[in-house]
Write a protein that binds this ligand. Sequence first.
Ligand code: BES
Ligand code: ZN
Length: 396
Amino acid sequence: MIISLLSSFHCAIYAEPASTQHRVVAPKCLLKKINATYTTLASSKNLHFIETNDAGIDALIEAKQNQTTPCGGFMDVTHAWENDGKKMNANHNAKSFLAAYETFPKTSLTTSYSIKYPTEVATLLKQSNPPYMWTRLQGLSSYKDRYSRSDNGVKAAQEIKAEVEAMAKNHGRDDVSTYFVTTGSYKQPSVVVKIGTSNQPGVVIGAHIDTLSSTFENKPGADDDGSGTVTVLEVARTLLSSGMHFNKPIYLIWYAAEEVGLVGSQYVVDDFKQKNIPVSAVMQFDMTAYAHKNDLTMWLYDDYTNKELTAYVETLINTYVKTPVKHDKCGYACSDHASWTQKGYNASMPFEASFRTDNPDIHTSRDTMEKLSLAHMTNFAKLGLAFAVELAEPSN
Ligand code: BES
Ligand code: ZN
């Protein structure tokens, strides 16, 4: 409500009637390649903070798609600007606002983590159901897109929420709550599921639902990020069918509008902040099923993530999944973990491959299931389960 009032107030003053205005932090090298109009509000060494319209967002996506030398991604910070930035005077404000994106905050863990629940984790890992994941991925990648501005994108979110609600109902769980978090001018909402009723610091496991638009070709988004979406669904299925309860809440989140500048996750993080919901650790699953040359190594990404939490995730893989582990980086804020890190939360990002050897077909009509490995995806679901159980602490 407040959000919609603010943005319509805002639009009434600044925006062209037909298109939404966006505030975006983008690398200079990417902006060089776009034709669309934008106004620069502030600049730093590598970044511009700009104001643009929907066409500008589309141009940034296209420039990103066609880039020959990597130059990083952009973040649509409209919502953050309206919240954090609105109090200050225009120029000065824009510059200090941008500074927060030049150097993301260093986060640190307040608790040290250890392996405490091997029996409970082993019990859950035995219940993993790979065929469920495969069938579910077939369903999700049969939409022509899950674009954040399309009805399909909305349907995909509704379908996930309804499915988890049905799981909770079927297993007689009255400690599960589900809700949508709206995404500003995008019609696709994020889906949040809370397992447990405690208000202690919780564990967040997430993936993004959306794909790019199917205007020019279908966007099945099987790997990006149907795989992560299904990985989190499998975590939900296993937890809810297990009858296990926990001292701390587990939040399973399917983010809207990631592909258009991490928009959905920023709204979700802001919603957690506004409600003062404490979070001890975040795991992002964005692409979990492409195994380059059938190599089932799990990769931990070291930028925009917390170092100690990432080390802990490595311990979880060694203990429970027992696959090789290696480290890499995106080199820019490439997925929703960055939205958490930006606001000071401890996040981690286990990933399917190295950045260089990753799935070449994402964001195209060729991002289909044939190239994917169910074994690889299953290992990520196991990691998610181990992460949830160890950090949420079984209560019986
Ligand atoms: N899943 C990708 C991120 C990714 C791609 C990570 C390849 C590692 C290897 C994500 O959905 C994505 O496309 N992100 C955008 C950035 C976003 C802020 C618009 C990207 O990487 O261009
Ligand atoms: Zn993507």
